[in-house]
Design a protein around this ligand. Structure first.
Ligand code: 5GP
Ligand code: ZN
Length: 132
């Protein structure tokens, strides 16, 4: 399979690696949203969150916590977003599961957000019946 993040995660393509263990590699994003923007890549290919095995999912969040704490200490950031996109419509451009760690600074140029809607009774009941 021709997957760039497989090659990076497995060290076949060099990357600015912040952390590596037998399951993951954490690298600096080549087009950072902010200073320190990093990506957590599992070494075993999964295209997205739906495909990610439970064990890798658990380890990924523990690693995200560890990296986020380190970044919060080491960088002069005032916040941090953990972002994970699934599907083109949701902004996924590389189809190998990854999590973004995006440090946030006062007056940075990171745009992330949505216009808050209003949960109606009807939609709430519909969603509870479908998703619960
Ligand atoms: P997505 O849009 O799929 O959630 O995020 C993909 C991210 O991977 C983007 O932020 C993009 O800048 C980053 N990226 C794409 N190709 C490479 C690469 O070859 N090396 C590195 N370090 N980052 C990459
Ligand atoms: Zn891959």
């Amino acid at each position: 399979m021709d997957c760039i993040f497989c090659k990076i995660a497995q060290g076949e393509i060099p990357s600015a690696t912040l952390y590596e263990d037998e399951d993951f590699r954490v690298i600096l994003d080549v087009n950072p949203a902010s200073k320190g923007h990093a990506l957590i890549l599992p070494k075993a290919h999964a295209s997205n969150l739906y495909e990610l095995p439970d064990e890798a999912a658990s380890k990924a969040l523990v690693l995200a916590k560890k990296m986020a704490s380190k970044m919060a200490d080491a960088l002069d950031c005032e916040g941090l977003n953990l972002v994970q996109n699934n599907g083109e419509l949701a902004g996924q451009t590389v189809f190998h599961f990854h999590m973004h760690l995006i440090p946030r600074y006062k007056d940075d140029d990171v745009k992330m957000g949505w216009k808050p809607g209003k949960l109606t009774e009807e939609t709430k009941e519909e969603l509870l019946s479908i998703l619960r």
